[in-house]
Design a protein around this ligand. Structure first.
Ligand SMILES: [Ca+2]
Ligand SMILES: [Ca+2]
Ligand SMILES: [Ca+2]
Ligand SMILES: [Ca+2]
Length: 392
């Protein structure tokens, strides 16, 4: 044959012709062989006959497939960006089947949903038919399958690789959209509030990002652009502000870059850093009120919150007369223990203490003046006229 193979042999005695190599079927192909016969005389007589062999197609051959990719990065591998549009041309699929009739009619399909093959003249066009996502699959094996219409049908497959290149299609993602931090007031400058974390599933510079504050100028907070550590640039005062919000951005280095945001709520917790005050300066009471009677309520204040501003009044033991005359309840109610008589004494000065219930209680001392008002308990004594001198 054309490749110089010996395809036939003839038995020198019996004349039997045998096939020594597989005869590949090609439509219409015939083989010719010349057969010689000679006798065994001293000068042999030779005669020749031409043998013509037509190969009959008894089997059906599977299509032979070949992929010719458009942009190969290396052998049999094509590089496609993950945002490649539907219908992007990827390469050609050649499907050769020389079988006669329907045994040579070939149809093909792609086993991968993101690709399809469309008949196009004497080849099939390999075309994108779905979207790619590098974050899902960075390397794809695409298997193309072709079958002829013979019976039985013969099928072949061929594959190629797709390397999906990254596009910056993901913003960095914070681990939470909202963070809450509880920081006691009177913190030191530069105290760490919390560490934010974000991740970006892209590749290369598309996955690099930095943290920043929004707006960038902030006198209260600072953030480390690489570590995401949020710090205080000031000393917080619960009595001025109980809760602060700050917006953090994570911006990647893709072109164009993508940004995401998170909110940090900072609760400024109370510390017992304020002393109570006694607001009441004086209490007025009418004379003559008796034993265990209500004189008045003491009022106090404390700028702190909760127990740190929960006040307890007391009157420390004293040798003074006030200790025998008055009693102060913890809630600030002042009681007269004995009857108050203006004529005996018209004012008393109470020495008081007020203390909060904080963990480290703060106490303030002060005085409150109790003024005894007159209720005209003595009938006027007329000097003149009088009943006794009969001047009336
Ligand atoms: Ca990104
Ligand atoms: Ca990406
Ligand atoms: Ca306090
Ligand atoms: Ca406080």
């Amino acid at each position: 044959d054309s490749r110089g193979r010996v395809l036939f042999a003839v038995d020198q005695v019996t004349g039997e012709i045998t096939i020594t190599a597989p005869l590949q079927y090609d439509a219409g192909k015939t083989f010719e062989a010349v057969v010689e016969a000679k006798d065994q005389g001293d000068i042999p007589k030779v005669s020749e006959a031409t043998m013509t062999l037509t190969i009959v197609n008894v089997g059906n051959n599977a299509p032979r497939l070949e992929v010719k990719l458009q942009k190969t990065v290396f052998d049999n591998t094509v590089l496609i960006p993950e945002d490649a549009k539907n219908s992007t041309f990827v390469g050609k699929l050649l499907a050769i089947d020389n079988d006669p009739g329907v045994s040579g009619d070939v149809t093909c399909y792609s086993a991968h949903p993101s690709f399809r093959v469309d008949p196009f003249g004497n080849y099939f066009a390999i075309i994108m038919s779905g979207s790619l996502d590098r974050e899902q699959a960075e390397k794809i094996d695409v298997v193309l399958v072709c079958s002829d219409a013979g019976s039985p049908s013969k099928t072949s497959s061929v594959s190629f690789q797709v390397l999906v290149s990254d596009v910056n299609d993901n913003a960095p993602m914070f681990s939470q959209t909202q963070y809450v931090a509880n920081i006691p007031e009177e913190n030191i400058f530069g105290r760490q509030i919390l560490k934010l974390t974000a991740t970006d599933p892209d590749a290369g510079i598309n996955k690099l990002f930095t943290y920043s504050l929004f707006p960038r100028e902030n006198s209260v907070f600072s953030i480390d652009k690489d570590s995401g550590i949020l710090k205080a640039r000031t000393t917080f005062d619960h009595e001025v502000e109980k809760r602060l919000n700050v917006i953090i951005l994570a911006t990647d280095e893709g072109h164009p870059s993508l940004v995401s945001t998170a909110t940090v709520i900072v609760n400024i917790l109370d510390i017992n850093d304020n002393y109570p005050e006694i607001i009441t300066k004086e209490l007025r009471v009418q004379e003559g009120i008796g034993n265990m009677k209500h004189v008045g309520n003491l009022e106090g204040s404390d700028k702190d919150s909760g127990v740190n501003a929960d006040l307890v009044f007391s009157m420390p033991p004293t040798d003074d007369i006030t200790g025998q005359m008055f009693k102060v309840n913890p809630n600030g109610v002042v009681i007269a223990i004995q009857e108050l008589d203006r004529e005996t004494r018209d004012r008393y000065i109470l020495y008081l203490e007020v203390k909060d219930k904080g963990l480290d209680p703060k106490m303030t001392s002060g005085t409150v003046t109790v003024i005894i008002d007159d209720i005209n308990d003595h009938a006027p004594v007329f000097q003149f006229p009088s009943e006794t001198n009969h001047t009336a």
